[in-house]
Design a protein around this ligand. Sequence first.
Ligand code: IPM
Ligand code: MG
Length: 371
Amino acid sequence: MTMLKKTIVLLPGDGVGPEVIRAATAILRECATEFGHQFDLQEFPLGGAAIDATGEPLPAATREACRKADAVLLGAVGGPKWDARPVGQRPESGLLGIRKELGLYVNVRPVRLREPLRGISPLKRERLGDLDLEIVRELAGGMYFGVRGNEQSGGVERAFDTESYSTPEIERIAVFAYNRAEGRSRRLCSVDKANVLTSSQLWRRTVSGMSHLYPSVQLEHMYVDNAAMQLVLRPTQFDVILTSNMFGDILSDESAALLGSIGLLPSGSFGAGAPLFEPIHGSAPQIAGKDQANPIGTILSVTMMLRDTFGLGIEADWVERSLDRILAAGYRTGDIAEPGSRVVGTIAFTEHLRQEMQLTLGHAERYGWGV
Ligand code: IPM
Ligand code: MG
């Protein structure tokens, strides 16, 4: 067994961020202890918490630590306290700043049904099927980072944000998505708005032009409005969805809803620097500090980190199988409760998971999970 030494930077952020990060780090520590890894966990402020502490959403010390880390784990940013601040000085710019700083242009959001949670999906059984798709969202360009501004003319104020993509920006995210599709069921659906937007026409042309390099991948294009509809009507037609920063943001919340709660979805961001893992949900200020947050999206972000970045598949499987067992036993946070569930808080849920992991430890260590 290989024992690893890794530095992981924790950015709890705002709202429920600190609660889900606390839960996920308990699980991470459990893996380290039982498998002999050394995870050096270093916490830094980001977002609103950082604005309060230092005056800026992405302090230099946070930036520096992330740059040196082997991986970054982030909770959530934002909240009503900072809502009046202009774009650029909000907690969210800390998050966008760190994505930019680390050169993270890929954001993978796996949307996979966990069997014990089949009953909480708003979709009928036959439509939900065995939902298992992946959204590959471009993360470093598009409207999030385009030219923006406000102008006054003739007593009228106008504000604008621009969507723009260059060929190399589209190519590098498409390479990732094609490869991802090759490793799955080889279906790639590129989502755009090429019937209206010039940037989407370049997107579509570029993605199409690369398809001969991936002959085993079946490429399809879909307009975003249709994709939003198809996700609800027939989500199992999708395997890998490749899309822009803005469309990916929207379609990933919709996809999470198909599973029954936004609290369930993890994500991993990759690029030039340290990979960053974060749940896709926000800071949920209305339940912050109440021990009600669902830690699963963050815990699954940890298993993505373990499996994809550190190559620790056994540890990741150990966590996920234990998670499925406690879900099957009926332990749930409020957002994923069903009639008859044992509704527990974030802390108790995590403790049940830890205990379940302890119960099955021998199996994971001795046999892996192949048997
Ligand atoms: C997400 C979030 C962020 C985004 C916000 C908080 C800036 O919604 O990760 O999906 O829009 O990327
Ligand atoms: Mg979002």
